[in-house]
Write a protein that binds this ligand. Structure first.
Ligand SMILES: [Fe+2]
Ligand SMILES: [Fe+2]
Length: 583
């Protein structure tokens, strides 16, 4: 390496966003979830660890408890956890009072408000909530508290100064502890760069992936000096990065990057679903695609739902400077946990974020992105979610993520509207985590154990998956989003065995699909390319430049007689409207 060398982030360098030293996911960024999660999860967890560090250390050695509430810190470092807990209580006291007020006031309201006007209760709300809430009933006169999320990002409950990026070198895939349960304590060979996520400096760091820079530039950006080189240099590489090769073929190429992340490329357009990109451990591991395999410009990123394995800030921030438009499911904000990903992403520095509801569509050259309903997965909580159909020419591909086919008739309606969807990417994590796993802090009253057991964050089993496939007219099925790749272990902590229900059920589906003559039926793992040859003409498609499309508001599907504008589809939509119209 000479003084003229240009450096990029090394192939094994991960950059994990943190909030107060905890891995950043939506529930520790958005102010209401963060306050509740801090009070009811992080502080309780740290206290439990401090009460018995050995118990936590033992539990963390059991793979089945990997995603449980156990802090993976050796007992010799318990004083550091104690320090984190004390500074958190001292510095985030506002959030703790806020969280106590939310739970207390919500419980009070449920006891008092039985259908009478809610007007007098604004004055009875704790001072810390005033101006940030609206009170409302459902149609059964059950009251709830709705928050003005955008205002809260400008309040004392949102702290940009505790956000940081942690740069670390990865030797093994499984070395990162589970994201929810273990704070990232300081390590001498890691760099913790205090920077708000929204800062343009974040993009300057990640531009190194495509455009290396001199060492001085990187030191200055990270506010380091030469004395920090012992930590910094192993995180950088002066080698030329592998070159991304643009896909120019006539087929649609769908490139699987692991879990729910797929890159769709066709006709000069690139679309990436639920990005989480693994870095390559220095000691090898499962072969994978990484950041250098992505285009320098990704026209659209599609987010299916707000689970931390689908809306992953680590990859989203790293890719932010490359993303033309971030597409997220519409939230309704009636429940605290129904976080607006649009507001969150905007506050995290994304400039072009589009929120979609079912049948909203985005037209592209020869292609269309259509949001379609996503049932299940949220344990019957009304939190935002959407699946997507990506149409390329006449080929339609469904990215269903963790959808559960609770009623196949919905897919029948979709097929009548859009035509057959021949290629399906579907998650089959059909066991799922219990109700309180990630959303426990939202409940003002602890859920009943029976409810806890029966309501799970789960997707399709083989029977439901088959009903979905038959209803949409699929002839290719790719089971994905199973959390099987080792670089998802710290996000999901899933440790499948061959007899795990998720594996048995997905094997069953694949065997059945093959028996039925599907062109391809496969459970994806690691990396894989799907090639779809395009049937039909592109001529009937409305063309416009992608950059213009990025700026355009989302259109309601078929309202402009656009990309799928074939008469039968429009007629089918009319039929549906007639069916659902009532006097
Ligand atoms: Fe999920
Ligand atoms: Fe998932």
């Amino acid at each position: 390496m000479s003084s003229n060398s240009l450096y990029r982030l090394g192939n094994s360098t991960a950059v994990e966003p943190l909030v107060n030293k905890w891995a950043a996911w939506s529930h520790v960024v958005s102010p209401v979830p963060y306050s509740l999660h801090l009070l009811h999860y992080q502080l309780k967890l740290m206290q439990s660890y401090l009460d018995d560090p050995s118990l936590h250390a033992d539990a963390c050695r059991n793979p089945k408890l990997r995603s449980g509430r156990f802090v993976n810190v050796p007992k010799e470092r318990a004083d550091e956890v104690m320090h984190l807990m004390q500074t958190t209580i001292a510095n985030q006291g506002d959030n703790l009072v806020f969280a106590e007020s939310i739970t207390g006031f919500h419980n009070f309201l449920v006891r008092e408000a039985k259908g009478q006007s809610l007007d007098p209760y604004y004055e009875k709300a704790p001072a810390v909530l005033r101006g940030y809430i609206e009170l409302m009933y459902d149609y059964y006169n059950r009251p709830t508290v709705r928050f003005f999320e955008s205002l809260l990002y400008q309040s004392p409950y949102y702290h940009k100064n505790i956000q940081s990026l942690r740069l670390s070198l990865h030797t093994h895939d499984d070395e990162r502890p589970f994201v929810m349960s273990t704070p990232r304590l300081d390590e001498s060979d890691q760099i913790d760069w205090r920077v708000p996520f929204e800062s343009p400096e974040v993009d300057n760091l990640f531009r190194l992936d495509c455009a290396p820079k001199p060492l001085d530039y990187i030191r200055e950006l990270l506010r380091l000096s030469e004395s920090d080189d012992a930590a910094l240099l192993p995180l950088l590489s002066a080698d030329t990065a592998p070159q991304y090769e643009r896909w120019e073929g006539s087929d649609v190429r769908v490139r699987y990057f692991g879990h729910a992340c797929a890159l769709i490329e066709w006709n000069g357009v690139s679309i990436l679903t639920d990005p989480y990109i693994g870095v390559t451990p220095s000691r090898g591991g499962v072969e994978r695609l990484s950041y250098s395999d992505l285009p320098p410009r990704i026209d659209y990123v599609l987010i299916t739902h707000n689970h931390h394995d689908h809306f992953c800030l680590e990859s989203l921030l790293r890719l932010r400077h490359r993303i033309g438009c971030l597409v997220v499911p519409r939230s309704f904000g009636f429940f605290y946990g129904d976080i607006s990903l649009k507001v969150l992403a905007t506050k995290a520095g994304f400039r072009n974020v589009v929120e979609v509801d079912s049948l909203d569509s985005i037209e592209l050259p020869g292609m269309e992105i259509i949001a379609v309903p996503f049932m299940g997965e949220h344990a019957d909580l009304p939190h935002s979610k959407t699946a997507y159909v990506v149409r390329a020419g006449a080929e339609q591909i469904l990215f269903a993520a963790d959808s559960d086919c609770l009623d196949q008739q919905m897919y029948g309606h979709i097929r009548r509207l859009l035509g057959p969807i021949t290629t399906v990417f579907l998650g089959m994590e059909c066991v799922g985590a219990p109700l309180s796993w990630s959303c426990g802090p939202f409940f003002p009253v602890k859920p009943d154990p029976g409810h806890e057991k029966s309501r799970r964050y789960k997707g399709c089993d083989s029977a439901r998956a088959m009903r979905l496939l038959e209803e949409v007219g699929a002839n290719r099925i790719y089971v994905y989003a199973m959390g099987m790749e080792p670089w998802f272990e710290h996000l999901l902590g899933l440790a499948y065995t061959e007899d795990a229900r998720q594996i048995v059920e997905s094997n069953k589906l694949i065997a059945k699909a093959r028996e039925m003559g599907f062109i391809e039926a496969k459970r994806l793992f690691g990396k894989y390319d799907v090639h779809l040859s395009i049937q039909g003409s592109k001529d009937r498609v409305f063309y416009e430049s992608v950059s213009e499309a990025c700026e355009q508001p989302v259109a309601a599907h078929a309202s402009q007689g656009s990309a799928t504008g074939a008469a039968p589809a429009l007629e089918a939509k009319q039929d549906l409207e007639d069916h659902f119209t009532f006097d």
